[in-house]
Design a protein around this ligand. Structure first.
Ligand SMILES: Cc1cc2nc3c(=O)[nH]c(=O)nc-3n(C[C@H](O)[C@H](O)[C@H](O)COP(=O)(O)OP(=O)(O)OC[C@H]3O[C@@H](n4cnc5c(N)ncnc54)[C@H](O)[C@@H]3O)c2cc1C
Length: 459
């Protein structure tokens, strides 16, 4: 085997500050984790490589929150719901709506979504983090965790200020890739050579402006499907989808229509290729929309997301691994800290379809899915929790990721003052605190809430 050439660096890294809790990644789960930790009394920092908070919702431009409702049952409360209500109050959304996901595909499913203007989410996220007292560091890429034996004690990051370290009583890995957990030696799945090339496809999201959204929405589903299939056949579309979300005013279409297979998003060459192929696909899709799709005749390309959307990389092997069977059978967990709503959503790795269906009821996610088996000082949240690939397909929506972040933040605050650990997670205390912060932690509570729920805005 040829040795990989390497250089040895001797680096002295200054410690910028010390916190009770440092959250790595400011996306769906990291934002809520940081707010929760700070509200639970921890001195908290939030480190994010982009120039804004929100993650896939903002820099990825995926402009709809899914996972808040299973049928008519609301599964998400707490910080996530508060953020949604603030975005709506700021004019960034018309609220929850009925929406047919992947309408032009072979397996559409009707859900309740919360479409929003990502620019307003950026502003609301800044405000909520600031009001909670979180120290936010943007444009800061995390390089590695600080590991002492079997304990994580902070992280090293690089920014325009150079290479710096943050010491932490507890670290929350909300990178979506379990980047810090993996580097700290926590076992992960998803990186096996045969799986690296079998991941769900990536999507580069783009926004069309000056769209007549009403005209498009009024088309019968069969017509949309026929258009999508002919676009595919002609090589102009990338998959069986003409799906988009629209911001208030109904003049914008935020399109999830590109589909880039065979990408290992943990490889820089693949990630580069994904961005470039994504932009080529967008060029072709835009032309198809303008020439062939009613409502798009006068539209123009208004923007492309800052980075390609990644559905799947690695996940930790934690103290419990959530399975699809547990989701379908509604398994109850004593240490449940978040509720999933669905849909179950697995995109074919190589093909043009998607396997979409609703689980029969809200499902519980236990704290033990967020906790490593042995390493101390770190909790993992969001897309990288311990779940099988199929279960992850239903638990990775942003509504659920935000609940998982809320739980991780509360746990981290307690653990940073020695009141919780992987061996003694104090799950009942975490649940109690989550409830006191309006989160929903059991399926009973969600069902009880439904009985006195306010009506939805429907479209
Ligand atoms: C194409 C696509 C479409 C989707 N559609 C929907 C949908 O319609 N509705 C829905 O609810 N969900 C949807 N999802 C799923 C959902 O967006 C993600 O699963 C969810 O955002 C996961 O939350 P997270 O907090 O784990 O990760 P993210 O929201 O992705 O946040 C991770 C954050 O960590 C930061 N980060 C990562 N590494 C580093 C580092 N080294 N240093 C500093 N910062 C770092 C990133 O910049 C990012 O801000 C979609 C996902 C994709 C990719």
């Amino acid at each position: 085997m040829t040795a990989i050439p390497s250089i040895i660096e001797n680096i002295t890294t200054p410690v910028l500050a010390e916190y009770d809790v440092v959250v790595a990644g400011g996306g769906a789960s990291g934002l809520t984790a940081a707010i929760a930790a700070a509200r639970t009394g921890a001195r908290t920092a939030l480190v994010e490589r982009s120039g804004c908070l929100g993650g896939t919702a903002t820099s990825g431009m995926v402009a709809q929150w899914v996972g808040f409702f299973n049928g008519d049952i609301r599964c998400v409360g707490g910080i996530a719901y508060e953020l949604a209500m603030r975005v709506q109050a700021m004019g960034g959304s018309d609220g929850f709506r009925r929406y047919t996901m992947a309408e032009a595909s072979a397996s559409p499913v009707t859900i309740t979504n919360f479409p929003f203007n990502p620019e307003i989410v950026k502003i609301a996220a800044d405000e909520m983090a600031r009001e909670a007292g979180v120290d936010v560091l943007l444009h800061s890429r995390i390089a590695r965790p600080i590991v002492n034996g079997a304990r994580v004690g902070g992280l090293v990051m690089e920014s325009v200020s150079g290479r710096q370290a943050l010491r932490a009583g507890m670290l929350v890995d909300a990178t979506g890739d379990a980047a810090l957990a993996a580097a700290a030696g926590i076992p992960c799945v998803g990186e096996e050579p045969e799986l690296r090339r079998q991941r769900q496809p990536c999507t580069l999201v783009f926004r069309m402006s000056n769209v007549d959204v009403g005209t498009f929405r009024a088309l019968p589903r069969e017509e949309k499907r026929a258009l999508a299939l002919s676009g595919l056949q002609e090589g102009k579309l990338a998959w069986e989808s003409l799906s988009f979300c629209s911001t208030p005013g109904e003049r914008d279409a935020v399109c999830l229509m590109s589909r880039i297979p065979d990408i290992d998003a943990l490889d820089v060459h693949d990630l580069t290729r994904a961005e470039q192929i994504g932009r080529q696909q967008i060029k072709s899709i835009v032309q198809f929309l303008r020439e062939r799709v009613p409502g798009f005749e006068a539209s123009i390309l208004g923007g492309i997301a800052e980075h390609v959307g990644v559905r799947e990389t690695r996940r930790i092997v934690g103290r419990h691994t959530l399975t699809e069977q547990e989701i379908v059978s509604g398994t109850r967990f004593k240490d449940a800290v978040a509720l999933g709503a669905g849909p179950m959503d697995l995109h074919e790795p190589g093909g043009t379809g998607v396997d979409l269906w609703m689980p029969p009821a809200p499902f519980e996610i236990p704290l033990s899915c967020l906790l490593p088996q042995s390493v101390e000082g770190i909790v993992v949240t969001g897309r990288a929790i311990s779940a099988t690939r199929e279960a992850n397909g239903g638990a990775r929506h942003m509504g659920t990721a935000m609940c998982l972040g809320h739980a991780a933040g509360v746990y981290a605050a307690l653990a940073s003052r020695g009141e919780a650990s992987p061996a003694q997670p104090a799950a009942e205390r975490v649940r109690e605190l989550l409830r006191s912060q309006d989160a929903l932690v059991s399926s009973d509570e969600a069902v009880a809430l439904e009985r006195r729920n306010e009506p939805l805005t429907t479209a």
